[in-house]
Ligand binder design. Structure first.
Ligand SMILES: N[C@@H](CCC(=O)N[C@@H](CS)C(=O)NCC(=O)O)C(=O)O
Length: 221
């Protein structure tokens, strides 16, 4: 069955879906849409997702958008390699951690980076610095989750881990800029949050990790 993921380079929502597919060992074609070219707002893409967002998965005759729904669909359709745990306890905890990452860490990252990326950060120093404090507290919490076995839940990679990874990769990338502009010195993960490093290495060791890596990050490297 043909599988296609429409993704945007650097979109954490796209990246988590691609990583989830890699965890499950699924083949797919990855089609990049470019925000700057208006690809997500084209009639063709709006037919896939009327909200004009990526990711979108087309799997045979099914089209799904919203990364959470896509991961849930993948689990139901391809259960051989589970990403939502082995039993009810793990299932609940993975969903809980997923929701915490989305609602607290993810929203805090967005509140910091959205004004910066949109060129609307001027005059918002106090707000951004306050949100950086919230970010530090969230990272401390997540660091605690990883300090045991190095997975968010249990002893294998899950939907929670592939949700966290793109968030941390993005923070590592923008860390120097946030330090320079706002004095955020806690984004030195080697020193401040060492438990993230083996966690990240595990994701980076996935067989086809490279094909999930944001294309414009690679081009800039
Ligand atoms: N809740 C959605 C969020 C998707 C989303 O916000 N995608 C952004 C990129 S990170 C997007 O497609 N933006 C395109 C646009 O707004 O034109 C999900 O989980 O899939």
């Amino acid at each position: 069955m043909a599988r296609t993921v429409y993704f945007g380079s650097g979109s954490p929502y796209s990246w988590r879906v691609m990583l989830a597919m890699e965890l499950k060992g699924l083949e797919y074609e990855a089609v990049e849409l470019h925000f700057s070219k208006g690809d997500t707002q084209s009639a063709e893409h709006l037919a896939r997702n009327p909200r004009g967002k990526i990711p979108v998965l087309i799997d045979g005759d099914i089209t799904i958008y919203e990364s959470t729904a896509i991961m849930a669909y993948l689990e139901k359709t391809y259960p051989e390699v589970p990403i939502f745990g082995a039993d009810a306890r793990e299932y609940a905890l993975i969903w809980q951690r997923y929701a915490e990452l989305e609602n607290y860490l993810g929203n805090t990252i967005s509140s910091i980076l959205a004004p910066i990326f949109r060129g609307e950060a001027e005059g918002k120093d106090a707000e951004i610095k306050a949100n950086l404090e919230k970010l530090k507290a969230e990272l401390e919490t997540v660091h605690g989750w990883l300090s045991g076995a190095g997975y968010i839940v249990g002893d294998s990679l899950s939907a929670a881990d592939v949700t966290l990874y793109p968030q941390v990769a993005l923070l590592r990338r923008v860390g120097p800029r946030l330090k320079e502009s706002y004095g955020a010195d806690f984004l030195n993960f080697e020193e401040k949050f060492p438990a993230f490093l083996p966690f990240m290495a595990r994701i980076e060791a996935l067989k086809n990790y490279d094909r999930t890596y944001p294309t414009h990050w690679r081009a800039a490297a």
